[in-house]
Design a protein around this ligand. Structure first.
Ligand SMILES: *[C@@H]1O[C@H](CO)[C@@H](O)[C@H](O)[C@H]1NC(C)=O
Length: 314
């Protein structure tokens, strides 16, 4: 079926089988996957090489009420890879959302981003404020915010906790993977640190990540975008803080109180910044006893807030 037929049926509420398409954004061929039916929700995957398979499986409940479009960023295969590292900056990846919107011929997007995908989605709302209808930032990375105080606090709380001992060993081993396999090993080792209840969820989540990517020819994680995006963002010393006030859409921020990577403190910086601009309406929801993947540890609350927000009931 053509994309156009798929999209018009899905938007009309007629469920369609999941399918992957591609389009051209400037010099790049980018892939995206469509699933579900109902109003369109674009989901931005992180740009560091984890792809969108974990989001397709984790966020599947949203496909009952929405047509979900998962955008696979530049640099993550099979989407094509920029030759220049600067083109791999998280902020620069936001231009691909604008290309997607133009290509879809829609005036604005409802947009959701998780983690680094949240940073890309937020950058898009800052650069193209009138093009974002609603924004959901789930455990977003806030670029340019020095969150080492949070890192130190969690380390203090967790260093004697046997549930995190393996993850802490992994961190001490350094975080400079050279191959996809090494990145996979690093992620597997760190996995407990992403959770408030690692004993319940960490291993299961990792196995699901592997399972979700099993049909992909590119593995569950890719080291090339991991390195390129990391280098590009680190070199981007100016950062992008200070642009929050440009956001004018309604924004929902969801963050776990036990997220050591993308913290409540970071989310508050974005909340204050958006409020400070005077146009955007922002709601911050802190999920208790919850780490970096709210749909795993606080699924009921997470989907309830997200769906109500998208349906404009609150
Ligand atoms: C980040 O903040 C910590 C204190 O919380 C400080 O020691 C450190 O130098 C800062 N790093 C940068 C790069 O500014």
């Amino acid at each position: 079926m053509s994309l156009l037929a798929h999209l018009s049926l899905a938007l009309a509420g007629i469920p369609q089988p999941t399918q992957t398409y591609s389009f051209d954004s400037a010099d790049y061929k980018l892939f995206f996957t469509l699933t579900g039916s109902g109003p369109l929700l674009v989901i931005q995957a992180p740009g560091w090489g984890i792809g969108d398979a974990y989001l397709q499986s984790g966020l599947a409940p949203l496909a009952k009420s929405h047509t979900l479009l998962f955008l696979l960023p530049r640099g993550t295969a099979p989407s094509s890879c920029p030759e220049s590292t600067t083109e791999m900056r998280s902020v620069t990846m936001a231009f691909d959302l604008e290309s997607l919107r133009v290509w879809l011929e829609v005036p604005s997007l409802a947009l959701l981003g998780h983690s680094n995908g949240g940073a890309v989605a937020l950058a898009y709302a800052e650069m193209y404020p009138e093009r974002v209808e609603r924004l959901v930032l789930v455990s977003p990375q806030i670029l340019g915010f020095n969150d080492s105080a949070t890192w130190i606090r969690f380390f203090g709380e967790r260093k004697e906790d046997p549930r995190y001992a393996g993850a802490i060993e992994t961190m001490k081993g350094g975080m400079d993977p050279q191959t996809d396999e090494e990145l996979k090993g690093l992620l597997k080792g760190l996995m407990p640190y992403y959770f408030a209840q690692p004993e319940r969820y960490a291993e299961k989540f990792y196995l699901q990540l592997e399972e979700a990517a099993k049909d992909s020819q590119h593995g569950s994680v890719q080291v090339s975008p991991f390195k390129a995006q990391g280098d590009a963002d680190r070199a981007d010393k100016e950062g992008v803080t200070g642009l929050f006030g440009r956001v004018i859409c309604k924004t929902l921020l969801l963050v776990g109180d036990q997220d050591a990577f993308c913290s409540v403190a970071a989310a508050k910086v974005a909340e204050e910044g958006i409020k400070g601009g005077g146009y955007g309406e922002v709601k911050l929801v802190v999920l208790e006893n919850c780490g970096h993947f709210p749909w795993v540890e606080k699924g009921d609350v997470f989907f309830d807030f997200t769906e109500k927000f998208l349906d404009a009931q609150e």
